[in-house]
Design a protein around this ligand. Structure first.
Ligand code: UD1
Length: 406
């Protein structure tokens, strides 16, 4: 059984890592190997090939995540780099097609909603090997919908789901969306959230990160036994950072918070570039991160960021995944967007939508800081999503190999 796993951009790595770990566990079990299990003659090992498209390529956006998440070195690197949506998608497609034709896997597994996700699914959907077959396409994190077609990710999500043979869903809204779109129910599996699998695996280890001390957020005697109260900020969505007026609006909305709290702001390369182009550096303070103000720092690796998220008083973000991670950690989150494709984080989590106007942001920050949360963790966000996925993959591939095209 040969499965090609595609990663490309930062949010893909923590979603794919648990699947690779679960495949390794499966392989150990069937061989009676390292996990010490009994050899199972009735199941085959899964040969996985990890492909990195190179959509993200920096150490800070990619390399450090491989180390933190103990991801194996990619077997194949497409090295596409940055470009417009069309250029990036087309480059990935061209390079991925050659790889698929050479390797001929039985399945291509894509995660999330980035350009790499759609590009590789599209290639696999239109491919024909010499025997007339094509690989099955599995999409992890299927069914999420913001219903906002101005978001490139929404286009990627809808099209990838349309192309997929197996759709792995993280929350109930995904099931409803896919049913409404007429996706045959036998293709859809509610498995939970592999990004949360990573969080559960690494949340203890993240406590050993030195990032709090490095940023001057450890206070008190005995080597800084207490953590100074701080907020954490991330912004990278083009709609929020690519126009000066929009970005200014958000920074204005955070003024009250910055007066009272230190706001740690690990900046995405796109955002850092815009801040410099728009000459907005004066909005950020160079003082110690223990003092109030917005402290812009380099983009952080997985464990450092998880440590900061876990200990934050409040998180302000326009990311999708961080809405889910804060839900699981029970940390209040203000999402600087008009919509979310992850409604479970509003329903039973700690997330609230603030919009992108300064008044809305100011108000949401104030009310999130005052609230106490009795948040529940969403259904099946239990650290076992990847195990469920691998079990299903194996049974589908075994069935396919015994009955040909069915
Ligand atoms: C992409 C995803 C977005 C995800 C985000 C996480 C799409 C459509 N968008 O957006 O869903 O939330 O990743 O970061 O796929 N750059 C670097 N170093 C890198 C990578 C990028 O400096 O390693 C810079 C380049 O200037 C590049 C810009 O960041 O042009 C944007 O990168 P790109 O992959 O095009 O999109 P993101 O904004 O990161």
């Amino acid at each position: 059984m040969k499965v090609m796993i595609v990663v490309g951009a930062r949010p893909n790595f923590m979603k794919a890592a648990p699947i690779i770990a679960a495949i390794r566990e499966h392989n150990d079990r069937v061989s009676g190997g390292a996990a010490g299990g009994d050899a199972r003659g009735d199941s085959e090992a899964v040969h996985y090939i990890l492909v990195h498209t190179g959509q993200h390529y920096d150490q800070g956006m990619s390399g450090s995540f491989f180390a933190d998440l103990r991801l194996p070195e990619p077997d194949i690197r497409l090295e596409v780099g940055s470009g417009s949506h069309a250029v990036q998608t087309a480059e990935i497609m061209q390079r991925f097609e050659a790889v698929l034709l050479h390797e001929q896997p039985e399945m291509v597994l894509v995660v999330g909603d980035v350009n790499s996700t759609l590009a590789c699914a599209l290639v696999a959907a239109k491919l024909s090997f010499e025997n007339g077959s094509r690989p099955l396409i599995a999409h992890v994190e299927a069914g999420l919908r913001s219903f906002d077609w101005s978001m490139p990710e929404e286009v990627n999500r809808v099209l990838t789901d349309r192309l997929s043979d197996l759709l792995f869903v993280t929350e109930e809204s995904g099931l409803l969306n896919l049913a409404r779109e007429g996706v045959p129910p036998e293709r859809v599996h509610f498995v939970g959230n592999t990004m949360i699998d990573s969080l559960i695996t690494y949340r203890e280890k993240a406590e050993h990160s030195t990032v709090l001390a490095t940023l001057g957020l450890r206070i008190g005697n005995n080597g800084g036994s207490r953590v100074a109260p701080y907020a954490l900020l991330t912004l990278h969505r083009p709609a929020n950072v690519d126009r000066r007026a929009g970005l200014m609006n958000i920074l204005d909305g955070l003024q009250d918070l910055a007066r009272d709290y230190s706001i740690i702001f690990p900046a995405h390369p796109r955002t850092r570039k815009r801040i410099s182009e728009f000459c907005l550096e004066a909005h950020f303070t160079g003082d110690s991160a223990g003092s109030p103000g917005i402290h812009m720092v380099e983009a952080l690796g997985y464990l450092d960021f998880l440590c900061l998220m876990k200990n934050a008083k409040l998180v302000v973000t326009d990311s999708g995944g961080i809405q889910e991670e804060t839900t699981c950690l029970g940390v209040p989150c203000v999402t600087v967007r008009e919509n979310t494709e992850r409604p479970v984080t509003l329903k039973c989590g700690t997330n609230t939508l603030a919009g992108v106007r300064k008044e809305g942001i100011r108000q949401a920050v104030r009310s999130q800081l005052e609230k106490t949360f009795a948040n529940q963790v969403p259904e099946k966000w239990d650290g076992k999503a990847a195990l469920r996925i691998v079990e299903i993959l194996v049974s589908v591939l075994e069935r396919r190999s015994t009955c040909g095209s069915c």
